[in-house]
Design a protein around this ligand. Sequence first.
Ligand code: ATP
Length: 369
Amino acid sequence: MASLSLRHVTKAYPNGFVAVKDFNLEIADKEFIIFVGPSGCGKSTTLRMIAGLEDISSGELYIDGKLVNDVEPKDRDIAMVFQNYALYPHMTVYDNMAFGLKLRKTPKDQIDKLVQEAARILDLSHLLDRKPKALSGGQRQRVAMGRAIVRNPKVFLMDEPLSNLDAKLRGQMRIEISKLHQRLQATIIYVTHDQTEAMTLGTRIVVMKDGVVQQVDSPQNLYDKPCNKFVAGFIGAPQMNLIDAVVGKAGSDVTLTFDNHTITVPAEKGKVLDQKGYVGKTVTLGIRPEDLHDDEAFLASSPKSVIEATIRVYELLGAEVYLYFDINDANCTARVKPNTTARPGDVIKLALDLEKIHVFDKETEQVIV
Ligand code: ATP
């Protein structure tokens, strides 16, 4: 398989629009890399530059140490699986999978071996004689994967391959792709705007916004240590609560005040805010919904972080409950246990897990602590 290196890769389209700006990334052999970000952030453009379907305006792309900026797509040893998997409708599953190999003049017996093996991996062996119209969405998607697998490429590129499937199938295919990665030991670069796919599939995730890489990290680190307010809000569902708060001081304690509430910042974090001159300034407080607690034990153990909230909406999801409320202008969510007694209209107490708070600079939106 293969390693990739993107150095200062930039894409300016002919109309002058710069879709990708100074993209830098080292991808190791066998990594499962996810490009994630809102619509239009440049994910597909980056993928298409790697595939050779778009020119690189400036910067360099290396595959296994070889500069490939000017190498034709067909010579890059890359297979791409698209959102519109576009199978040939008049061909059987077998022929759809064999087509690329036939074009390459691969010997017939070898084609047969490769197709049968891919079909076995993807559980398509019993469907090889069918035409695409006689397949379910998930089966068609697996054929599209099969077409890529038979070529045994160095790198797989996948552009939102599951977005045409319904939620249940998407969940199943996610698991299939994960297994496939383990099995093929392949380098995979996968574009999605679905952060569940990103979190569950990726060994590392690249979060993009407006053509600029925001953070490259493991799923857990992105979740626990977002580098800025955008990443904090983008990764995680329901999203992190982001609340304007004023930094204050009470004796040696550093506090955050918002909407008639004052909470005490843990000493280590407080020290950083103080030393960096944030006392008296407005910052953005970030707290994940699961780090707000309404149970008596937590409320009693964390008196310096208790706030009151008027519940707007109560949403039972079976194993958990989302409680929606407002703080200042921010829509907030608490993710609590289903035994909560809180209902719409109730004013309840919630305690923040202070060790889990994030504080962002209001202007630069970069994380402070
Ligand atoms: P989505 O999730 O919606 O597919 P994306 O992150 O993959 O979005 P890209 O398709 O890479 O985004 O597009 C990035 C930006 O470049 C968008 O603003 C898009 O409008 C613009 N763009 C794409 N192709 C061209 C083109 N040929 N000429 C000019 N601008 C383009």
